[in-house]
Design a protein around this ligand. Structure first.
Ligand code: PMP
Length: 361
């Protein structure tokens, strides 16, 4: 077997111990007589998996008791539509700070339900920075302010939590959840698709300050209602049991490795390795994001000559480094280096980049 270092943006590489444990439990989970995905979600075995996943996530992220945690299907994009339905009156304004592709997606998903208002945007600048907080202009009576904590495609990350006063701050943490310690108490809602830092795709995590669940929101089916989901323990319908189980294993692995404080250090070292390889290349590689807000999770970069893209990707593959092609929206290359990417993988990529430059520079 030759597992490569996999820089995919999501679905992304998973910790090898998690895959091994899942493999060893594939035919029979403990003494259930079947695998965890072949038995009822309402039976004692799966309830144990579900509650320990939540317990572990609460411990990993230090989620305060006045926050509910929902595990639902539909990915982050669905949450982007459910947030206005649950937390805003029909037609009420909601503020969006757009710092990349996913902020724009959030804005689009909310469009049918609220009077979306762009409080700030770096689109005109090609999403290479985050507009200074002092320039944001909020709508009167906004239901919430939405930000994208880390822009997975553009590689732009909030390095501090913006103060938005008493209006709830709603944040898409899909690609940076659990990457460093976070004061959850500063947010109204945090949501994330699991497929970057929390496990395989198919489940999302929504962390909601409980008082916000009292909001009337808009007419919606039960299945789109966070309050009903909480009451039904995220089991209004059959939950994605495999994904929930894998999320639990992944979160437990992060706890075993030392938790978010440890990952913050690893992630700082890993991203510094790559940005140095780029910045010290004399323009052979380039990343155009304002260094103050460069993402620690997704490092997009361009080669000085597009004609080198193909050889870069194929030689990287031969060196055991896969999934480096950039997102079609901006092209170029992108290395996603979530918690499960070992430092050795990032070192191997930085070494390869220097070597490639020597040969093609
Ligand atoms: N937000 C961010 C920051 C993302 O990176 C992604 C997916 N790459 C999404 C939202 C959309 O997530 P999903 O595919 O789970 O709907």
């Amino acid at each position: 077997m030759s597992r490569a270092y996999n820089f995919s943006a999501g679905p992304a590489t998973l910790p090898e111990p998690v895959l091994r444990q899942a493999q060893s439990e594939m035919l029979e989970w403990r003494d259930a007589g079947a695998s965890i995905v072949e038995i009822s979600h309402r039976g004692p075995e799966f309830l144990e998996v579900a509650t320990s996943a939540e317990r572990a996530l609460r411990a990993l992220l230090s989620i305060p008791d006045d926050y509910a945690v929902l595990f639902t299907q539909g990915g982050a994009t669905t949450q982007q539509a459910l947030i206005p339905l649950n937390f805003a009156q029909p037609g009420q304004p909601a503020d969006y700070v757009v710092t990349g592709h996913w902020g724009k997606t959030a804005l689009k998903q909310a469009g049918p339900y609220v009077a979306t208002h762009v409080a700030a945007s770096s689109e005109a600048d090609g999403y290479r920075n985050i507009p200074a907080r002092s320039t944001w202009q909020f709508a009167a009576d906004a239901a919430y302010v939405h930000i994208t904590a880390n822009e997975t495609i553009h590689g732009v990350e909030f390095r501090e939590i913006p103060d938005v006063g008493d209006v709830p701050l709603v944040a898409d943490f899909s690609s940076s959840i659990a990457s460093e310690p976070l004061d959850i108490g500063k947010f109204g809602v945090i949501y994330a698709g699991a497929q970057k830092n929390l496990g395989p795709v198919g489940i999302s995590v929504t962390i909601v300050r409980r008082d916000l669940l009292e909001r009337a929101g808009q007419p919606r089916a039960d299945i789109f209602d966070y309050r009903s989901q909480l009451k039904g323990e995220s089991m209004l319908n059959t939950p994605p049991t495999w994904n929930w189980y894998m999320l639990g294993l992944t979160v437990q692995w992060m706890l075993d490795e030392g938790g978010v404080a440890e990952f913050a250090q690893r992630n700082a070292r890993k991203s510094a390795l790559l940005y140095s390889a780029i910045d010290e290349s004399g323009g052979f590689y380039r990343n155009e994001v304002d260094p103050a807000v460069r993402s620690r999770m997704n490092v997009p970069f361009f080669l000085k000559d597009e004609a080198l893209d193909k050889p870069f990707l194929s030689e990287a593959k031969d060196a055991g480094l896969i999934a480096l092609k950039g997102h079609r929206v901006i092209g170029g290359m992108r290395a996603s280096i979530y918690n499960a990417m070992p430092e050795a993988g990032v070192q191997a990529l930085a070494d390869f980049m220097r070597d490639f430059m020597r040969r093609h520079g």
